[in-house]
Design a protein around this ligand. Structure first.
Ligand SMILES: O=P(O)(O)OC[C@H]1O[C@H](OP(=O)(O)OP(=O)(O)O)[C@H](O)[C@@H]1O
Ligand SMILES: Nc1ncnc2[nH]cnc12
Length: 165
């Protein structure tokens, strides 16, 4: 992992997993660690665009279940559900195509990193509006001091490592 100060904005310490993902054994080790915390009885893994897609697809493939994408606004054809949220460096809108999974499906959300929790909280809202059961949330990195866990209070959060924001 690399840390880049002042990216994408002044004051942000950007934690970048690009090099880890490009390293086969490291990608497998992190994916396996995420999988070891993922409950057995889930129907699909949800990946949040864009970095969440990478771990979600790897984990879903390993479990033999589907991956269900939540995308940034404007990428999916409708009908759609949308949620807008704040993150460490701006605001964003994410969208989900409801009805892609059976009603009541149990889902587990994976992303690379938890910071303010804005992204995962918005993902949970979308999934629950669509009628799915969010069983838990997994990230490789949790940035501490930004209130990320509080933003998703009540949902199990599995983080492999904690780093200061
Ligand atoms: O906890 P939060 O404050 O919401 O921040 C975490 C989110 O920020 C990053 O995504 P980003 O929105 O930068 O998009 P990207 O994955 O497309 O780079 C990261 O991959 C998480 O999804
Ligand atoms: N500091 C950070 N580094 C990488 N991704 C992030 N997403 C939100 N905050 C971040």
């Amino acid at each position: 992992m690399t840390t880049t100060p002042d990216f994408p904005q002044p004051g942000i310490l950007f934690r970048d997993l690009t090099g880890l993902m490009a390293d086969g054994p490291a990608l497998r080790q992190v994916t396996d660690a995420l999988l070891s915390r993922m409950p057995a009885d889930i129907d699909a893994v949800v990946g949040v665009e864009a970095r969440g897609f990478l771990f979600a697809a790897a984990a879903a493939h390993s479990r033999g279940i589907g991956v269900y994408p939540i995308r940034k606004a404007g990428k999916l054809p409708g009908p759609l559900l949308s949620e807008t949220y704040d993150l460490e460096y701006g605001t964003a809108t994410i969208q989900l195509q409801p009805d892609s999974l059976a009603p009541g499906s149990r889902v587990y959300v994976l992303d690379d990193l938890l910071a303010t929790g804005g992204t995962l909280a918005a993902a949970v809202r979308l999934l629950e509006r669509a009628g799915y059961v969010v069983v838990g949330l997994g990230v490789a990195i949790e940035l501490t001091g930004l209130g990320g866990r509080e933003a998703v209070a009540g949902y199990p959060v599995h983080a492999l490592i904690e780093l200061p924001a």
